[in-house]
Unconditional design. Structure first.
Length: 360
């Protein structure tokens, strides 16, 4: 898998393209078990070092190289991000956790925790290769992503020849079309749908600037989802579909996301308001995510929400009402009939309770 991702990145780098958002969610497993690198939405074409002065910081916080926080992304930044992914594959956890500022500081200043202290069977040579690619200074990493992959392969082969066996990636149960992360949560799951309210009007207002605003919005949302263990099921345009194993995590992610959006300084005259709908149920896992009435119900809740508002189904409300994030309260809207759900008995189960995310 590492070699396949590295080959794809090397091809992009040879074309002077930097991906800037390497993470498990952007690595898809094809029908023939090949890895497909996806989502080049924030990739940049680096014509020269000087052209990077016009960049904006972009990426997924958990996987961003130190230089990306200074808007100085380069091919070495993709190598760093891939090394974070490999670190996660090897031990089951990312090297750095915390709030956005905390993770940024750790990426910039702190060495990653030892892999072998967490998984003693990891070969020392392999740990050294991963940590070299995680160097804070891009110049201290491997000369290319291909050289990094070859070093990984060499360290693995050397240990295998000596009789040491480990299979960190094969432990992940993945299906065709799904990302190379642990499988989506099953059983009782809280589903979150989001989109930007009046996005067409915003696009007409911003013109060419809309893409930059959309990228920032996506980044703020993804940071909140990842902080609270969200599984990104699907992304289309300005919309997200995310699953959480715990209802309280879903609500916390929604609150953090709304507050981050409200606190962000947008271009003058621009107001980005995201609406959200949450419902807890038992959707049926499928090869492309989830199916079932619970999915449709959560989507209908989103449609009923206004910009900046989060709607909860009664089921979700009952699970979280005694364990809300600090400064958050619920407002009862009473019985609400959602589109395509016409049975009044069912309607009573979908009592929606929104709160302004900035309510303190």
């Amino acid at each position: 898998y590492v070699k396949q991702v590295a080959d794809a990145l090397q091809y992009a780098h040879d074309k002077r393209l930097v991906h800037r958002d390497i993470k498990p969610e952007n690595m898809l497993l094809g029908r023939n078990h090949e890895v497909l690198l996806s989502d080049f939405g924030i990739a940049i074409l680096v014509e020269s070092v000087h052209s990077q002065k016009t960049q904006e910081a972009a990426g997924t916080i958990a996987y961003m190289a130190p230089e990306q926080f200074q808007a100085q992304a380069s091919p070495a930044s993709d190598q760093y991000a891939l090394s974070v992914v490999i670190y996660e594959w090897l031990c089951g956890d990312r090297p750095f956790h915390g709030s956005f500022p905390e993770i940024a500081v750790k990426h910039t200043l702190m060495p990653p925790p030892s892999l072998r202290e967490q998984v003693p069977t990891i070969p020392p040579a392999l740990e050294q290769v991963v940590f070299k690619a995680l160097a804070k200074d891009p110049q201290q990493r491997f000369a290319s992503i291909q050289a990094f992959a070859m070093a990984i392969e060499g360290a693995s082969r050397a240990e295998t020849a000596e009789g040491t066996h480990f299979a960190p990636v094969s432990e992940y149960q993945v299906k065709a079309g799904q990302s190379l992360t642990s499988k989506l949560p099953e059983g009782t799951v809280t589903l979150l749908f989001t989109d930007i309210a009046r996005s067409t009007q915003l696009l007409q207002q911003l013109g060419d600037r809309y893409e930059r605003v959309l990228t920032t919005c996506r980044q703020l949302l993804r940071d909140a989802f990842q902080q609270w263990n969200g599984h990104e099921v699907d992304t289309q345009g300005d919309a997200f579909f995310v699953a959480f194993a715990r209802a309280t995590d879903a609500v916390s992610a929604a609150v953090i996301a709304q507050r981050s959006l409200a606190a962000h300084i947008w271009p003058e005259g621009v107001e980005v308001r995201v609406r959200m709908g949450l419902h807890t149920g038992e959707p049926e896992p499928s090869s492309e995510g989830y199916v079932g009435l619970d999915v449709h119900l959560a989507a209908r809740l989103l449609s009923a929400a206004h910009g900046g508002q989060v709607l909860l189904s009664r089921t979700t409300q009952q699970l979280v009402e005694h364990d809300l994030p600090e400064g958050v309260s619920l407002r009862d809207l009473g019985i609400y009939y959602l589109k395509d759900f016409r049975d009044p008995r069912d309607g009573r189960h979908w009592q929606n309770t929104p709160w302004p995310a900035s309510r303190d």
